[in-house]
Design a protein around this ligand. Structure first.
Ligand SMILES: *[C@@H]1O[C@H](CO)[C@@H](O)[C@H](O)[C@H]1NC(C)=O
Ligand SMILES: *[C@@H]1O[C@H](CO)[C@@H](O)[C@H](O)[C@H]1NC(C)=O
Ligand SMILES: *[C@@H]1O[C@H](CO)[C@@H](O)[C@H](O)[C@H]1NC(C)=O
Ligand SMILES: *[C@@H]1O[C@H](CO)[C@@H](O)[C@H](O)[C@H]1NC(C)=O
Ligand SMILES: *[C@@H]1O[C@H](CO)[C@@H](O)[C@H](O)[C@H]1NC(C)=O
Length: 344
């Protein structure tokens, strides 16, 4: 009878603990297992199961080491239930992503490590999985970029390339869905000719910054680690043709829709930019009378030059229609806005 009561008590205790959720600690280190298998936390959780409970008031951290030539993939399922709690990752270049809700959309990290940090006040949920894999060994190509820029379907399949340009390189990402662009996390950017170079960031964070990224090296390595089957685009330009454009505003209007874009460059140059096979119809354009709208099919140079119109002449020329894979509308200075329609 006494034995039975002890077992019964243990049973209720275990039930109480599992309802309260898991606890975790700081300073954990996870290395790639020699058998190459995934690591789960909690160890019995699997990604097809709902995220288990996490006790209130936890502060936890894991340092995940990554051997040279490998990357780590992190899949998190979980939700915080108050505003001061968070999931946070820090990559080897110090880039931080902080969130409160994770739905198994993967993160990718290059060597030598990343940190995963959790802090929660209210009870939450958390399960995660880490796998390690090798970088793709082959380069799709090695391309010199000059007057003609290059547009690539970056997350469609596995992709690795290096790009070089005398004055450096400029990158701009164009996600298939500007509201949901987590697939850009699988594309990593390095300065140098391969993954032994200097890791910069992933395309998700470069896009989120709202700016073009300009390399300080004359060669970069861009790798998309897994096929995501998404039509996210990456525009690679020689930065000598983009450096004086202080702000790029992407024209991401859906096909057959009408949208507005605006910019204020002060006394500096800015540009509206659209990519993909389609036609832009500019219905209304507002720029200073003494400014110019110069249109390039490609980069801002002689090779890409298409047309230039002054603010004084533009009203009488509307609507204006342009069609090319890459269109840049460079505004010489001041405030500008465009109402445009995208046609097939
Ligand atoms: C998760 O997958 C495993 C094997 O792949 C299976 O045994 C298990 O029943 C699945 N669990 C759920 C909740 O679907
Ligand atoms: C978080 O903050 C927002 C606004 O500051 C508030 O409306 C919301 O209720 C807060 N949520 C929680 C879970 O405290
Ligand atoms: C991207 O893929 C789509 C569909 O496969 C194709 O129509 C398009 O031309 C590709 N774009 C580039 C820049 O390769
Ligand atoms: C856009 O309109 C054209 C012609 O009206 C139509 O054929 C096409 O399917 C439309 N595309 C989208 C994405 O709505
Ligand atoms: C877009 O711009 C036009 C012309 O300036 C204006 O009439 C319209 O209200 C704007 N639309 C939106 C959605 O802001």
């Amino acid at each position: 009878m006494a034995q039975f009561l002890v077992i019964l008590a243990l049973f209720f205790f275990a039930t109480a603990v599992s309802e309260a959720g898991n606890a975790c600690t700081t300073g954990n280190v996870l290395n790639r297992p020699v058998n190459g298998q995934a690591i789960y936390w909690p160890s019995t959780w699997r990604t097809n199961e709902t995220a288990p409970g996490l006790e209130a008031g936890q502060t936890c951290s894991w340092t995940v080491t990554i051997p040279s030539g490998y990357y780590a993939k992190l899949v998190i399922s979980g939700k915080m239930n108050d505003n001061s709690s968070y999931f946070k990752t820090v990559d080897t270049a110090g880039n931080i992503i902080k969130t409160t809700h994770e739905n198994k959309e993967p993160y990718y990290f290059p060597s030598s490590k990343f940190n995963f940090i959790i802090s929660n006040v209210a009870a939450a949920t958390l399960g995660f999985k880490i796998t390690w894999a090798k970088f793709p060994s082959a380069l799709q190509y090695s391309a010199g970029i000059g007057a003609t820029p290059e547009l690539v379907n970056i997350t469609e399949g596995v992709f690795a390339a290096d790009y070089s340009a005398i004055t450096g390189l400029s990158l701009l990402a164009f996600p298939a869905d500007p509201k949901n662009y987590h697939t850009l996390r699988s594309t990593l950017v390095f300065e140098g000719k391969n993954y032994d170079g200097k890791y910069i960031s992933n395309l998700y964070l470069l896009y989120k910054s709202g700016k073009q990224w300009i390399s300080s090296a004359d060669i970069i390595y861009v790798v998309n680690l897994e096929a995501r089957h998404r039509q996210d685009q990456l525009l690679v330009q020689e930065s000598g043709y983009t450096k004086d454009i202080t702000q790029y505003v992407e024209m991401d209007c859906a096909m057959n829709s009408t949208c507005n874009v605006s910019v204020d460059g002060g006394d500096k140059k800015t540009a509206f930019i659209s990519v993909g096979r389609k036609t832009d119809v500019l219905n209304y354009v507002s720029i200073n009378v003494n400014s110019f709208l110069t249109v390039y099919y490609g980069s801002q140079n002689q090779h890409g030059y298409h047309d230039s119109i002054s603010g004084y002449d533009i009203q009488s020329n509307l609507p204006l229609t342009f069609g090319a894979d890459i269109i840049q509308y460079v505004i010489s200075s001041g405030k500008a806005s465009i109402q445009y329609q995208v046609n097939p």
